[in-house]
Design a protein around this ligand. Structure first.
Ligand SMILES: [Zn+2]
Ligand SMILES: [Zn+2]
Length: 430
């Protein structure tokens, strides 16, 4: 086998956009239950730039960006970056809690991000290991009227699909479901045990719920809810045709009020639905100390962690503004709208994201005229090992010192002529 030198671009099918996505990553080196300690000085900072759609991955505590045709051994995918000509979208790689993309609320001079956020129904926030989801905010009589009308019209909207499946409630044996009382499948049971009415399940589940009355709020607390047949844990809320349903019967107070679902990353801890009246409230304190309105009993939550400002506007509408209160692990937000993950070239927003123990600061920068539009590989660490899949022993070393590379291309030397599909990039500091 003779030695020949091949010089090529790794990926030639990349669409080039008129901007650069500039990412600053802060990695907290300690394994940390997916928390990031803002007060720690053991943080590694790294800059990455890309101008193509691809995935940001972590390999051996390094952050790299890869096109869709590239693969790296032992990579943990963090973030999907989709570059269109006019805008850029970020998305998470998974809905699992440790891989979710959270926006951070903070007002620390060294980490620039959102200061506050107007909460919307469905938004999720994370304080330490505790997660809270805003299930409902109801401030106006009209909404109640609409809901009532919806329920009255409901019987006409029965799902025909469900009837076709010959579904039947395992408790009352009726075959009719509706939008306000859907027939659904909450667990792994099959056959005649598969479906149950929401209302039938609510009545059955009520025995395992503890109700705690506090000043201007009611808590519904459960330790463990499971199907008594298949033993699968039941979720406290289900989404059916875009509506969130609780599987416990919630007594709704007079408007305005809000309903939160509170759970912990620690699955052995109890879950809570908290219903809070908003009338005469200005500040709602969330934290670990007893005088908080939403008390979270977990050491990862700061004593006075976050604040919700209740702002009454015209027409009796209420705004809920969430702020962080200089907490140790930050106040994290997963907005139900995708607004925080979309970047227009003209109106760049400043958001700091967290995925696990990595913080990412993302900015779009328009390319200058002098910018070379050729594909560049500033995304890789200083040195990379490349080898063909077929023969692991044959390795080639790439030294893409790109700023200085004449061709501005990722090139490498190998003993064989390789096809693009043959290439596995194994990132390793040499
Ligand atoms: Zn039923
Ligand atoms: Zn079951």
């Amino acid at each position: 086998m003779g030695i020949c030198t091949s010089k090529r671009k790794v990926d030639e099918n990349v669409q080039i956009v008129p901007y650069k996505v500039c990412i600053t990553a802060f990695i907290w080196n300690k394994e940390s239950h997916n928390l990031f300690d803002f007060e720690s000085n053991q943080v590694t900072k790294k800059e990455i730039e890309l101008d193509f759609s691809g995935t940001l991955s972590m390999v051996d505590n390094q952050i790299i960006a890869l096109t869709d045709n590239e693969y790296v051994n032992k990579q943990i995918q963090l973030l999907r970056v989709d570059c269109e000509q006019e805008y850029m979208m970020l998305s998470g790689m998974s809905q699992k809690s440790d891989q979710r993309v959270w926006a951070i609320l903070c007002n620390r001079p060294d980490f620039e991000s959102l200061n506050e956020w107007e909460l919307q129904k469905g938004d999720m926030i994370k304080l330490g290991r505790m997660k809270l989801q805003l299930l409902e905010i109801n401030h106006d009589i009209d909404t109640l009227q609409q809901q009532k009308e919806q329920i009255e019209n409901d019987d006409e909207l029965q799902s025909k699909d469900l009837e076709l499946e010959a579904s039947q409630c395992r408790i009352c044996f009726s075959k009719n479901g509706s939008l306000s009382n859907p027939l659904f499948s909450p667990c792994k049971c099959i056959g005649s045990m598969k479906y149950v009415h929401l209302n039938c399940l609510q009545i059955w589940i009520q025995q395992s719920i503890k109700i705690k009355n506090q000043q201007s709020s009611i808590q519904y607390i459960w330790k463990k809810m499971e199907c008594e047949v298949c033993k699968m844990p039941l979720q406290s809320t289900y989404t059916y045709q875009g509506q969130i349903f609780c599987i416990m019967q919630i007594q709704k107070p007079i408007v305005p009020y809000m309903i939160w679902k509170i759970t912990s990353d620690d699955k052995s801890k109890e879950g809570i639905i908290q219903v809070m009246e908003l009338i005469d409230k200005q500040d709602i304190k969330i934290g670990r100390v007893p005088d908080c309105d939403i008390k979270l009993k977990d050491i990862s939550v700061s004593r006075n962690h976050a604040l919700i400002k209740v702002i009454k506007s015209e027409y009796n509408q209420y705004k809920l503004l969430l702020q962080d209160n200089n907490s140790k692990f930050g106040t994290l937000l997963h907005a139900s709208s995708g607004k925080l993950l979309k970047y227009e070239l003209q109106s760049p927003q400043k958001v700091l994201y967290q995925i696990g123990r990595v913080l990412l600061h993302v900015q779009l920068k328009e390319k200058g005229k002098s910018y070379n539009k050729q594909f560049t590989c500033y995304r890789h660490p200083n040195q990379i090992l490349v080898f063909p899949k077929k023969s692991i022993n044959e390795q080639a070393t790439i030294v893409p010192n790109l700023e200085k590379d004449k061709d501005n291309q990722l090139s490498f030397q190998t003993h064989n002529e390789l096809n693009q599909d043959d290439i596995v990039i194994n990132v390793k500091q040499i």
